[in-house]
Design a protein around this ligand. Structure first.
Ligand code: M6R
Length: 610
């Protein structure tokens, strides 16, 4: 999410900072800004919209050897000029650019306000500028000021700080959000992605979590958050610029699949507490408001609709409230019977999907309470919903949604657990087990991703399949639907997604040698029935790819290929572990078939027409 670049050296600093920033525009593009030293004072320019707006604003302004820039993917506060980075303190003594999320920013903001600080933005980042400035009131040591300020924050950050009183340096720090220093001759570069600086230098130092650094023209000093000094040896990067933009991967899709542990962690951050409590600081609803919802309506398209089906399963299971899930495009024709105490949930990565927006407007006209589960901050759906629960997937470039799906279901899990808790519909034990399971989600996903080689082997064996059934029972059937959509849209494999029990009512007629049945089977209560379904396929000489949990021994005996996902407790969370395997399988089939993976034919990332 977001992009940072910086430069300190004899060349035109703003030009370099903005030119390198352009290379990171794909990471976030709702506003951009630059801080620079003009020889006399520290200045900030920032603008909502694309980097080109900022470049136009900067015009011919020259900077004397020092600039830091930022392109934003909004997380806190809508995309507008005040919320763009750099953020400063009131006096403009300190300018900060930040990637990541400060979890305890509300708390810090209240404390700072009580001490007389005035805020100009809705961002979490602004607290950093005030905290650092506060330290500098009694200190002449900018590194120490940053270090002491960071000791007060919780969350993820890659930051770069400029100081009006110390124009010879940039101080940077990293925790869970990457930063790279680029070494030149008498000049130093800075970026959140190596990509940005490759045309200037390939000699880089990668910061690790807990590292801080002071960057000067011809000097870099590194230290840790506890103040101790460290050395990190420079390395040489030989990626092409294009490969680097994709983090060295061949496609954005695989990069985004692999980013899922981090995206899910960011979505949980600040909401699911270590003690198991769940809170949504951005949603202004009291417990009694949440308790009054008797029914839930979920409206979405495509992948987001499939996430909604997972929501239905878990809300019904945990909350014991009736849930209806609609395709947005069908909502207006369905005449749904809604109850006045309905919570209408709209799920969308882009926040701009026309069908979903139209359904939202109908619900608003009818007076229903609306909640968006949206990735793009400040998007139309986010703005028009009464409340928004943002997923924190970061920009998703590939048309095929991957990390958007896993963060959407993560948000739904949290919401389901939260509502179950306030309504007392789960026992303490069930609630604790589920929140513990959810905390493990990032590491579960990482373990599933370790199965990439096996998914690739299965793809190699099955890449020529003429037809693929995607089958499951219960919650597994919903995950299978998303797996089918992935392979259909990027590998152009005809699929039929189907509740496994429905096969014998018609679709089984299509099974013949060469046809593949992908089964998702993780639930103890459907196991025996699935065993029967596997045998039905094998008896007709179809080929079976089974996605099941580690430890399962009987089902694999009926399968030609098996991919094991980590075992998840409670089982309702298993989609988080199985979906990465289906995504990886689809990706490798598409790759082996030579498909245009990131931009599949006939499709668009954001569908803004009804
Ligand atoms: O931006 P949205 O989440 O509202 O988009 C909805 C669908 O168009 C989207 O999920 C689509 O199905 C995916 N790109 C498929 O991978």
């Amino acid at each position: 999410m977001c992009g940072i670049t910086g430069y300190i050296g004899p060349k035109a600093a703003i030009e370099i900072a903005l030119e390198t920033l352009k290379r990171l525009e794909y990471r976030g593009y709702d506003s951009a800004g630059v801080a620079f030293w003009d020889g006399q004072s520290l200045n900030v320019l920032k603008r909502a919209g694309k980097i080109s707006n900022l470049i136009e604003m900067a015009g011919d302004i020259r900077a004397d050897g020092l600039a830091v820039s930022h392109t934003r993917w909004a997380t806190h506060g809508v995309p507008n000029d005040p919320n763009a980075h750099p953020q400063t303190d009131e006096e403009g003594q300190v300018a900060v650019v930040h990637n990541g999320i400060i979890e305890n920013y509300l708390e810090l903001r209240h404390e700072l306000s009580a001490r007389g600080h005035r805020f100009n933005s809705d961002t979490d980042t602004e607290v950093l500028a005030h905290l650092i400035e506060e330290q500098l009131e009694t200190s002449d040591n900018p590194e120490e000021a940053v270090r002491l300020a960071l000791q007060q924050v919780r969350g993820s950050y890659g930051i770069a700080v400029l100081f009006a009183r110390f124009p010879d340096r940039i101080v940077i720090a990293r925790n869970d959000s990457p930063l790279v220093i680029g070494l030149g001759e008498g000049e130093t570069y800075l970026a959140s992605d190596i990509t940005a600086m490759l045309s200037y230098t390939r000699k880089v130092i990668l910061l690790e979590n807990g590292d801080l650094a002071t960057i000067k023209r011809d000097e870099v000093r590194l230290y840790r958050l506890d103040g101790s000094s460290i050395e990190r040896p420079p390395m040489h990067v030989d990626w092409s610029a294009e490969a680097a933009e994709k983090g060295g991967h061949e496609h954005f899709m695989i990069k985004e699949i692999l980013e899922q542990p981090e995206a899910v962690r960011d979505t949980l951050r600040g909401r699911l507490k270590a003690n198991g409590g769940i809170e949504f600081p951005d949603i202004k609803l009291e417990v009694e408001d949440w308790q009054r919802y008797r029914r839930i309506l979920i409206v979405a398209c495509g992948t987001a609709y499939h996430a909604g089906l997972i929501g239905k399963h878990i809300f019904e299971k945990w909350l014991r409230r009736p849930v209806e899930v609609y395709h947005s495009s069908e909502f207006r024709y369905g005449d749904p019977i809604l109850h006045p105490q309905t919570l209408a949930i709209f799920i969308s990565q882009s926040g701009e999907t026309a069908d979903t927006l139209a359904a939202l407007r109908l619900c608003r006209e009818a007076g229903y309470s609306t909640l968006g589960i949206v990735n793009a901050v400040g998007s139309s759906i986010a703005r028009e919903c009464d409340h928004v629960l943002y997923t924190q997937a970061g920009p998703e470039i590939s048309v095929a949604s991957t990390k958007a799906y896993s963060t959407q279901i993560t948000a739904l899990y949290m919401l389901g657990l939260f509502l179950s808790n306030v309504n007392g519909t789960l026992s303490m034990q069930q609630y604790t087990d589920a929140t513990r399971g959810l905390m493990q989600a990032p590491s579960l996903i990482s373990r599933s991703l370790e199965m990439e080689a096996q998914a690739r082997q299965a793809a190699e064996a099955l890449k020529e399949m003429p037809l693929a059934f995607y089958l499951g029972r219960g919650i597994d059937a919903y995950v299978a639907m998303e797996g089918a959509l992935k392979i259909k849209e990027i590998a152009y494999v005809p699929t039929q997604e189907c509740a496994a029990g429905e096969m014998k009512h018609g679709p089984l007629a299509l099974v013949e040698p060469g046809v593949v049945a992908v089964f998702v089977a993780t639930q103890a209560r459907t196991r025996e029935k699935i065993l029967g379904n596997l045998k039905e396929i094998k008896a007709r000489r179809g080929t079976v790819l089974l996605i099941t949990s580690e430890g399962e021994t009987d089902l694999p005996q009926e399968a030609d290929y098996t991919l094991f996902a980590p075992k998840v407790e409670p089982e309702a969370l298993s989609p988080l572990a199985t979906i990465p395997l289906l995504q990886l399988f689809a990706y490798h089939v598409a790759r082996l078939r030579g498909c245009e993976i990131d931009q599949p034919r006939n499709l668009a990332k954001s569908v803004t027409v009804e």
